[in-house]
Design a protein around this ligand. Structure first.
Ligand code: NAD
Length: 459
């Protein structure tokens, strides 16, 4: 197992500002925490649907009451621009309200017996302890869209958040622990060692993060025979047809490339302009990226703040090295880990930018001869999370819906943006296992039992 060191999270806009320094428990203590969660789970389940619903509603109410404090913490700890941070906190409260209704839903069905008398029943039951492993970029929403359905279904939860977002996770954990019985929700600070301990002891595992770590988590959980889902990286494309409203498409795509400094699995990193769309798109997108407000994430007008770390900033800047840069490149609006929104062109097909997620505000502009060619380029990526299609024509939309290989397709909208009440996920290196969010999540956190009830005597 990997050794642990203390967690230190820093303000990406001002790295001298240490947001949290906290010791990590190590793998053995993490495994003990899972055992305590296992002991707390049966009472949580048998306490009834009304109690679970009330607890989840109380979480939503607390998040709403503390919205400004939570938003400011996300700005400070993970550099999320304030307007986006507020939107994430509002969405987080809505997620808890949505799943607060779930405990009252039907958990099964009644069937006729094939022969003779009696009843056949199916009933969904929780797995036990849900082990959740989360990234830093949506420090409230992602852990909530995993924890809320897991708890609604009657599981207890152990969360291992990303080190970079430990203060956000700890604050949300305090809110949850006030609303839930003792031991039903626990947050373990730490890194790989604690994450591995959770994967090796929980009864069901939900992971979001990079494809490299996700693959290891899936292998470890699969070897134990427990259910696992992993939401991982993206290398998402925006396809622009010549009939699109180019100005509007450029605004959507610029926000998808550089909003929150491109640190979203759904960010756009390939812009595929079909035929005559190439020249106007080059001009409009270059202008939109140049005009996109970069700076202090605490300013409500900012759309692109700093990168999460110096390493991340250096990696983004290294990616454009040697390529024709239309706009962007290194920038230093403060002493934080900033870079400028960047658009490059004439990128060779085997270049890193077209093969591996960068997770920063950079994209390649690529030409396509026609729509089929654009779809082939889109599908050539090792990832398959989301594609946006920009067009005024129904034919292009229908062709895209039939031939694009990504888990999500968004027409005349940025590739970024999530509707928490619908299934979320991708294909290939982007996702493994059943979908998250919506009603699909409740299925993942439960397992179906089949009951046969036969009469003692036939009548
Ligand atoms: P990461 O993979 O570095 O870390 C994710 C989590 O895994 C963290 O909590 C980390 O501590 C933990 N971890 C690390 N090693 C582990 C191990 N060996 N065993 C168990 N857990 C381990 O990712 P990150 O840098 O925190 O987040 C950015 C990544 O997340 C990007 O690749 C992004 O695309 C992805 N992401 C995906 C989605 C999605 O829904 N598809 C959403 C948000 C972010």
């Amino acid at each position: 197992m990997t050794e642990s060191s203390p967690v230190v999270s820093r303000n990406p806009a001002d790295p001298s500002d240490v947001v949290m320094r906290i010791p990590t428990p190590g793998a053995f203590a993490a495994a003990d925490t899972v055992e305590r969660a296992r002991a707390a789970q049966p009472d949580w389940l048998t306490g009834g649907a009304a109690a679970r619903s009330a607890a989840l509603t109380a979480v939503a109410e607390s998040i709403e009451a503390l919205a400004e404090e939570l938003s400011a913490l996300a700005v400070r700890e993970v550099g999320k621009p304030l307007t986006e941070a507020r939107a994430e906190v509002a969405r987080t409260a809505a997620i808890w309200r949505y799943y607060a209704q779930a405990p009252f839903e039907s958990t099964g069905a009644v069937h006729e017996t094939a022969q003779g008398q009696g009843l056949l029943l199916t009933r969904c039951r929780p797995h036990g302890v849900a082990g959740l492993i989360t990234p830093w970029n949506f420090p409230f929403a992602i852990l909530s869209w995993k924890a809320a359905p897991a708890l609604a279904a009657g599981n207890s939860v152990v969360l291992k958040p990303a080190p970079e977002a430990t203060a956000c996770a700890r604050r949300l954990a305090e809110i949850l622990q006030r609303a839930l019985p003792s031991g039903v929700f626990t947050m373990i600070p730490g890194g790989a060692a604690e994450g591995e301990a959770v994967v090796s002891t929980a009864d069901v595992v939900s992971f979001t993060g990079s494809t490299e770590v996700g693959d290891a988590v899936v292998s470890a959980a699969t070897a134990r025979g427990i259910p696992v889902q992993a939401e991982m990286g993206g290398l998402n494309a925006a396809i622009v047809l010549p009939d699109a409203d180019i100005g509007r498409a450029a605004a959507h795509i610029a926000s998808a490339i550089a909003g929150y400094a491109g640190q979203k699995c759904t960010a756009t990193s390939r812009v595929i302009a079909v035929g005559a769309a190439l020249d106007p798109m080059r001009e409009a997108l270059t202008e939109a990226l140049r005009a996109l407000p970069v700076g202090d994430p605490a300013d409500p007008a900012t759309m692109c703040g700093p990168l999460i770390s110096e390493h991340a900033r250096d990696q983004v800047e290294g990616t454009s090295y040697g390529l024709p840069v239309l706009v962007g490149g290194p920038a230093a609006p403060g002493h934080g880990w900033y870079t400028s929104p960047t658009l490059v062109e004439k990128v060779p097909p085997d270049h890193r930018l077209l093969r591996k997620e960068v997770f920063g505000p950079i994209a390649a502009l690529l030409p396509a001869d026609d729509l089929s060619h654009a779809v082939r380029i889109t599908n050539s990526s090792p990832y398959g999370l989301v594609t946006s299609v920009h067009t005024a024509g129904l034919d292009a939309v229908l062709h895209g819906l039939d031939h694009l290989g990504t888990g999500m397709i968004r027409v005349n909208a940025p590739s970024t943006g999530v509707d928490f009440h619908l299934p979320f996920g991708g294909t290939k290196a982007s996702s493994h296992g059943p979908r998250e969010q919506g009603r699909a999540a409740l299925g993942f956190y439960t397992t179906s039992r089949t009951y046969t009830l036969a009469p003692d005597k036939t009548t």
